[in-house]
Design a protein around this ligand. Structure first.
Ligand code: UDX
Length: 437
């Protein structure tokens, strides 16, 4: 069924993961008619009943509203959904391979099915993060597999949304990138995003694909840079928070992504930096800067645990209350989470950990092995030796250290995200370890 408004389109989003589901719900909110497709039946059945597959603030409301207004629906069938759509956004997973390359099987399979179902002109847009040159490859796959003479275009529209702030980011992006090979494709993307007021940067497809990697690698580099400075800061007794603020106050640098901590994680930065490094190598450029970015990041959890060990002595038999499992706050995502790395290091040293996270407990149960107790709130009993904050959920800032003073005197507080009030902790007689301070 077609929709009436001039710029409203029939859109198919393939992949109901973080990128796809958020995009589908937000496109529907903009007034487009959207079908979101995924081959995970459990996920699609859940979504049809309003059950979200992951936690993302504001998403549930948007999905439920979209379905109520009949702007959003869910399906397992790519073929049927492609046939009734003007644009098809591909947002399936592109997981990392052990050699640093990107696994494009899912994208390629989807594209073959799209090719088989071209019943009219379609714009096929990649939202998944794919290596440079993938758009051109997809174009060839469609040419080779399509039945009939229907025309199509391929485009790249990389997604920059952050987990936990995805809905806000979708509606308020700093810029939109339209990597296209024709004016028709550019016009269609302009229409789809006509209600979003931001700079729309039109490029060729390769440039758009490269922008995504270059952006994420730059941000990861910023995090690793401040983490490297935090190591020096530790050695010199300087304060990384003041340093970061002062550096960031220079407008050419900016304040963002200068929070020192136990490292970056999630499903984008680690895999994108690795893939960009791999692509550069393949092209004959040794991007050693990115090697170093990754090395610094890998080392942060180890340095943190080493500093705890220096204060507590052997960790064997010590009890840790761990606050935070997700790779950052406001998400249930623990993929490549530095918090999990720290916990695994503690467990390897035969410590006992009592873990709490507002959203990520269920996911963690699937992967943590060893002396782990899952708690419904921060474990703050007298038998703990160290309280570790590994993710900066706002609720951890409310821990009442004045009250804890009587309960657990002399406790060591290890703040892996520099998120707690250090002065308050120290003035109440606790030990404190931060990152670079
Ligand atoms: C990132 C990009 O920001 C987004 O544009 C892209 O589309 C997907 O990848 P996301 O992975 O959701 O988004 O998280 P982000 O907020 O960027 O943080 C990434 C990691 O860096 C987190 O582990 C975070 O804790 C860490 N980080 C970030 C720091 O350690 N310090 C900082 O100052 C900022």
């Amino acid at each position: 069924m077609s929709i009436k408004s001039k710029t409203a389109k029939n859109i198919c989003v393939i992949g109901a993961g973080h990128v796809g589901l958020v995009a589908a719900a937000c496109f529907a909110h903009l007034g487009h008619k959207v079908i979101c497709v995924d081959n995970n039946k459990k996920r699609i059945n859940g979504l049809k009943k309003g059950i979200m597959p992951f936690y993302e603030p504001g998403l549930e409301k948007l999905v439920i509203n979209g379905c109520k207004k009949e702007k959003l629906s869910f399906s397992f069938s790519i073929s049927g959904s492609v046939k009734c759509s003007d644009l098809i956004f591909i947002a399936v997973g592109t997981p990392p391979m052990p050699d640093g390359s990107v696994d494009l099987i899912a994208v390629e399979n989807v594209v073959k099915i799209i090719a088989n179902n071209l019943n009219d002109y379609k714009l096929i847009v990649s939202k998944s993060t794919v290596p440079v040159n993938t758009g051109k490859r997809l174009l060839k796959i469609i040419e080779n597999n399509k039945k009939g003479k229907n025309s199509f275009d391929v485009a790249s529209n990389p997604e920059f949304l952050r987990e936990g702030k995805a809905i806000f980011d979708f509606f308020h992006p700093d810029r939109l990138i339209f990597g296209v090979g024709s004016q028709k494709a550019a016009n269609l993307l302009h229409e789809v995003y006509s209600k979003i007021k931001t700079e729309k940067i039109v490029t060729d497809i390769n440039t758009a694909e490269m922008i995504k990697y270059a952006s994420n690698s730059f941000l990861a580099m910023k995090v690793s840079y401040i983490n490297a400075i935090s190591c020096l800061s530790d050695k010199l007794g300087a304060d990384i928070k003041k340093i970061a603020h002062a550096i960031g106050a220079d407008k050419r640098i900016g304040f963002d992504f200068l929070n020192a901590g136990i490292g970056y994680g999630g499903f984008c930065f680690p895999k994108d930096v690795q893939a960009f490094h791999y692509t550069a190598k393949k092209l004959g450029y040794d991007f050693r800067l990115l090697d170093e970015v990754q090395k610094i990041n890998k080392n942060q959890p180890k340095l943190f645990v080493k500093r705890i060990e220096e204060r507590l002595g052997t960790l064997k038999g010590k009890n840790f209350s761990v606050c935070g499992l997700s790779f950052k706050p406001n998400t249930s995502d623990i993929r490549f989470s530095p918090a999990i790395k720290v916990i695994n290091l503690l467990l390897a040293k035969k410590a006992a950990v009592y873990v709490y996270d507002p959203q990520a407990i269920d996911n963690s149960k699937k992967i943590l092995i060893g002396n782990v107790t899952y708690c419904k709130k921060p474990y703050l009993k007298s038998d703990i030796d160290c309280l570790c904050v590994l993710t900066e959920w706002a609720e951890f800032e409310k821990i009442d250290f004045k009250k804890l003073k009587k309960q657990i005197p002399g406790l060591l507080v290890a703040d892996g995200r520099n998120t707690l009030n250090r002065e308050k902790i120290i003035s109440n007689g606790f030990g404190y370890i931060g990152i670079g301070r």
